[in-house]
Write a protein that binds this ligand. Structure first.
Ligand SMILES: Cc1cc2nc3c(=O)[nH]c(=O)nc-3n(C[C@H](O)[C@H](O)[C@H](O)COP(=O)(O)O)c2cc1C
Length: 365
């Protein structure tokens, strides 16, 4: 059966990010929605991700002459209009006919960074071509097959990727019950896998479950893999899925150029801490040696503010972008960024902070 999804292209009205989930649920294929929304096991960690932002408060500051907020920032030499970036997410063809190509375009219009997943429904080249000049990263699910790693990293370099994200928290899929109930199989091919399998007959992902896809990934990831990627690409490497401060130290010692604090939006280990709760501990260990990207559970401008005040340099969003893509294509994605930027700007002004750098000096109570 042909998989049918959205082809809409327009900005979307947003009152708050949390309400997007319900709107998408009403119109999306049940299995696809379950895969995108779901977390693992009891979804305890997933829920904690968002509720943990309530463990800290922002003291409002007044009489500081803050008449507007400036959201611009930088990562290395990349100028950004916002500290909010998109988190790499697989299989975006589930949400929209144009998949990652539209997401890339929408993120570029927001002046931010798009990251394409190894398990995307769009090729790395096509996503790059849909937003020329805009900064893009490539997210690697490292394979057991070294020749695949070389092949795909080479493609990312040639497409102009500015960094590689090595995802370390997903050497197998978390136990996601909704996918079991729905017997979810990816209905669309994963062309970055297909491009390689044309040479090696290893399959393209269509008609496979999550477990089968992850089975091709390298389960025994080690710190030396970071160095291997750097040698193959000469690009900076973020290690994504860091929750333990000790692991941040290990990754930096092995050559990581950035730490991506994430628990995969509560989709992997259930019963682990909220990502926000571990952020300050990791920031203390990192001690500004390399930039920190934070994700998992961010649904408010206030959450972005709190993450920046707790040690993050940039804050990534996963599901909200996919929901925006489904509801309005590239423009829907841009609307999600615009809405969070609006909330962040209000929070900044009411907290008496004018710039992103100033937020980093705020102490939460
Ligand atoms: C549908 C979906 C697919 C994802 N696929 C990937 C992926 O391919 N690679 C990866 O590193 N992270 C992946 N993630 C995790 C995101 O990068 C990010 O860590 C997470 O979504 C952040 O949590 P949030 O959705 O609460 O913002 C995925 C997340 C979702 C929701």
């Amino acid at each position: 059966m042909v998989y049918q999804t959205s082809n809409e292209e327009h900005p979307i009205e947003i009152v708050n990010i949390a309400s997007l989930e319900k709107r998408v649920k009403e119109r999306m294929d049940k299995g696809a929605f379950g895969y995108i929304r779901g977390g693992s096991e009891d979804e305890w960690t997933m829920k904690e991700n968002t509720s943990s932002f309530n463990n800290k408060t922002i003291m409002p500051r007044v009489l500081r002459g803050v008449d507007h907020a400036d959201l611009t920032t930088k990562l290395w030499n990349i100028d950004l209009s916002t500290p909010i970036i998109q988190a790499p997410s697989a299989a975006q063809g589930l949400a929209h006919e144009k998949g990652e190509a539209d997401t890339a375009k929408g993120v570029a219009a927001a002046g931010s960074i798009f990251s394409i997943s190894t398990y995307a429904n769009t090729t790395i080249e096509a996503a790059a071509a849909s937003a020329p000049e805009a900064p893009q990263f490539f997210q690697l699910y490292m394979s057991k097959d070294d020749r695949f790693n070389e092949f795909i990293l080479n493609k990312a370099v040639h497409a102009g990727a500015k960094a590689i994200i090595l995802t370390a928290d997903s050497t197998l899929g978390g136990y996601r019950e909704e996918d079991i109930i729905n017997d979810f199989q990816f209905p669309l091919p994963m062309p970055n896998l297909a491009a390689y399998s044309e040479q090696s007959a290893s399959g393209d992902g269509a008609g496979k479950g999550i477990a089968e896809i992850y089975a091709a990934a390298k389960q025994g990831l080690i710190p030396e893999d970071i160095k291997k990627i750097k040698e193959l690409t000469d690009l900076p490497v973020f290690v994504k899925g860091i929750q333990a401060p000790e692991d941040a130290e290990v990754a930096i010692a092995a050559g990581a150029d950035g730490i991506w604090v994430s628990n995969h939006g509560g989709r992997q280990l259930d019963g682990g801490p909220a990502s926000f709760d571990v952020l300050p501990l990791i920031a203390a260990v990192v001690n500004k040696r390399v930039p920190i990207v934070f994700d998992s559970g961010v649904r408010r401008g206030e959450h972005v503010f709190k993450a920046l005040a707790s040690g993050a340099d940039l804050v990534a969003i996963g599901r909200p972008v996919i929901y925006g893509l489904n509801l309005g294509g590239a423009e829907g994605v841009t609307s999600v960024f615009e809405h969070l930027n609006k909330e962040l700007a209000i929070t900044m002004q009411l907290a008496g902070t004018k710039t992103i750098e100033e937020i980093k000096n705020v102490t939460l109570k």
